[in-house]
Design a protein around this ligand. Structure first.
Ligand SMILES: NC(=O)c1ccc[n+]([C@@H]2O[C@H](COP(=O)([O-])OP(=O)(O)OC[C@H]3O[C@@H](n4cnc5c(N)ncnc54)[C@H](OP(=O)(O)O)[C@@H]3O)[C@@H](O)[C@H]2O)c1
Length: 284
């Protein structure tokens, strides 16, 4: 599809910030909508954002996984019902929507990487709200593409890297779970994928799993990070069950990205390659 201007909802968040920059780098104009000026749960504001748009990318989300357990209504409103209304408005306006979703739609019990045909079964309120958004968007009948992400990090925002490095400054010994497995994925690489999808001749409808190549546990990822940065803090492996948290997390966040990679005609860079490049910027 040929477009001149991309409308990005949630353009000031972690992914949105890198998506805005990447879109501009490729020579397109960008319209950015985000809090506090834009609230996706306000239908009038949503209609105004969609009207006149050529294509919408929705990065807006209620992303606090633990708080969603008690603020479930709000999470459902932002991640679920508002996405259905976005779909309805976009359908009436004839505007395609690329929406971002998550591995949290799965329960994480599969013994292999998840592909797009696997049955969602969220185990947290956040996962449930994101799955609600996927189904509501599909039911709206608008032209839509859902890109599911997992374990993403970028310089704009709180993520596993910022959390573990902050913790390392405060303690001599850290315990990190070795039973959660995924693929740390840089938001700049995700932004490139989104742009590649939108620059295809025809708008790619359906669900796509997007992650860096290879898999690693949180513990092994921390070791890699500390080795790369020369962090002296000791780390020991532990289990997810050793930590109390409000929300349950899927242990297996691995994605099979064959569908996406076949469509794009390229493989995703490995998680090590992405992380090395990210750390080399010195800006994290
Ligand atoms: N981070 C990950 O590891 C990960 C993994 C899988 C999937 N995802 C998905 O990736 C997408 C992007 O997430 P992210 O990591 O970039 O998270 P993020 O930094 O929290 O970005 C979400 C953005 O949405 C905005 N927002 C929240 N409520 C809103 C509302 N009612 N109206 C308008 N804007 C609102 C936030 O604004 P405020 O900051 O002001 O609240 C923020 O700018 C989400 O769909 C998320 O579910 C993320």
């Amino acid at each position: 599809m040929a477009f001149q201007t991309m409308t990005i909802l949630g353009g000031k968040g972690m992914l949105g910030t890198d998506l805005v920059a990447t879109t501009k780098k490729r020579g397109f104009d960008v319209c950015v909508y985000d809090l506090p000026e834009f609230d996706i749960t306000d239908d009038k504001q949503l209609e105004a954002a969609v009207s006149g748009s050529e294509v919408i990318v929705n990065c807006v989300a209620y992303t606090n996984v633990d708080h969603a357990e008690t603020q479930t209504e709000l999470a459902n409103e932002i991640n679920g019902y508002a996405i259905g209304r976005l779909g309805q408005i976009a359908k009436d306006a004839g505007v395609p929507v690329l929406h971002i979703s998550t591995d949290f739609v799965f329960d994480g019990t599969k013994a292999a990487p998840y592909d797009e045909l696997d049955k969602p079964n969220p185990i947290s309120a956040y996962g449930g709200s994101k799955r609600l958004g996927e189904t509501r968007l599909a039911e709206s009948g608008c032209a839509h593409c859902i890109v599911r992400l997992q374990w993403s990090y970028g310089k704009q925002g709180v993520n596993f890297i910022t959390k573990i490095l902050n913790a390392a400054k405060q303690r001599d010994l850290l315990k990190v779970v070795d039973d959660q497995v995924g693929s740390p994925t840089h938001t700049v690489e995700i932004a490139k994928v989104i742009l590649d999808l939108l620059q295809m001749k025809t708008f790619p409808t359906g669900i796509y799993h997007c992650a860096a190549g290879g898999f690693v546990s949180r513990y092994e990822m921390s070791r890699f990070l500390f080795d790369m940065l020369g962090v002296q803090t000791k780390i020991e492996p532990c289990k997810t069950a050793d930590f109390k948290s409000a929300a349950q997390r899927p242990l297996n966040s691995r994605f099979d990205c064959t569908k996406l990679e076949t469509l794009l005609g390229r493989s995703m860079p490995t998680w090590q390659e992405m992380l090395k490049n990210y750390l080399a910027t010195g800006n994290f």
